[in-house]
Design a protein around this ligand. Structure first.
Ligand code: ATP
Ligand code: MG
Length: 270
């Protein structure tokens, strides 16, 4: 069952300058899709079409089989929750709980149910202890988590995380990975990321963008073995994949350390 269908979508911020060029893309329920590509390739522009922050110059976006044009951003955000690339673009309340309550309360959720949702979202991202703080007193990692919690509290079908690991230290990275693995149990997830190690570990599907076009859409294993396409994005496959590819006779589609060790053990037995 598809949540999103993007049909022949082109988009221009300025007349005559195409930032998206004839995009076709279907997102199915339960997927964890990673959108990857060079800076400026159109990743953020594409996902902002899913909750109506941007509208196509050409083509159409269907959300649960209905034309997104007919719906407001508020309506679309019930289905597609977009966590901004920069949390400062999203956060505007002066207390963490108020920030997280904003979305669901705008949906008409009140009193006890609102409190339950806010607390649950804060626990999901590991920020319950920080609930009474001013978001501006938090570090970038934590602000990103507040931004995620405020979307989780709305319980949309799809959660879009735009560069969730930028600026995170190693502990932050592990927390985001664990969070994605938690979210995937209940939500369809899109992550936009430059971290191919993370993408290899969490994504069920990879969409590669270049100059406003989708140049690849398939499994992570396939994505990271198509070296010519990867080169076009100026991104490198995960380090462990590169290592395996540099070793003679090794499988080329090794994505994780565990897979590498399995391959190594097989080779040592021979
Ligand atoms: N608000 C805007 N007004 C005009 N042009 C914009 C705007 N936002 C983005 N662009 C341009 O559109 C193109 C695609 O930008 P977009 O932010 O979608 O790329 P991205 O793949 O998300 O990049 P990044 O990895 O840096 O986040 C770029 O050339 C960018 O300069
Ligand atoms: Mg972006």
């Amino acid at each position: 069952m598809s949540i999103i269908q993007v049909k022949n979508v082109s988009f221009e911020y300025f007349k005559g300058v195409k930032v998206l060029n004839n995009i076709n893309f279907t997102l199915n329920k339960g997927e964890v899709v990673a959108i990857i590509g060079q800076n400026g390739s159109g990743k953020t522009t594409l996902v902002k079409h899913f909750n109506g922050l941007l509208r196509p110059t050409k083509g159409e976006v269907l959300i649960n089989d209905e034309d997104a044009v007919k719906k407001t951003v508020a309506q679309l955000s019930h289905t597609c929750g977009y966590v901004f690339q920069n949390p400062d673009d999203q956060i505007f309340n002066s207390v963490v709980t108020a920030e997280v309550a904003f979305g669901p309360s705008n949906m008409g959720i009140k009193s006890h149910e609102l409190k339950v949702r806010v607390n649950e979202a804060l626990r999901t991202v590991g920020l319950y202890e920080e609930r009474d703080k001013h978001p501006l007193d938090l570090d970038l990692n934590q602000k990103k988590l507040v931004a995620i919690a405020s979307i989780v509290a709305m319980r949309p079908e799809l959660i879009i995380l735009d560069e969730p690991t930028t600026g995170q230290d190693h502990a932050g990275l592990l927390r985001v990975e664990a969070l994605i693995n938690e979210l995937r149990k209940n939500y369809t997830v899109i992550i936009i990321s430059h971290d191919m190690n993370l993408v290899a570990r969490v994504a069920s599907r990879v969409v590669m963008m270049c100059n406003g076009e989708i140049i690849f859409d398939g499994s992570p294993k396939e994505a990271f073995t198509k070296n010519a396409l990867m080169k076009k994005t100026y991104l490198k496959p995960p380090i462990i994949t590169e290592l395996a590819q540099s070793l003679k006779g090794f499988k080329r589609d090794v994505l994780t350390v565990d897979e590498f060790m399995d391959e190594l053990k097989t080779k040592l037995k021979k």
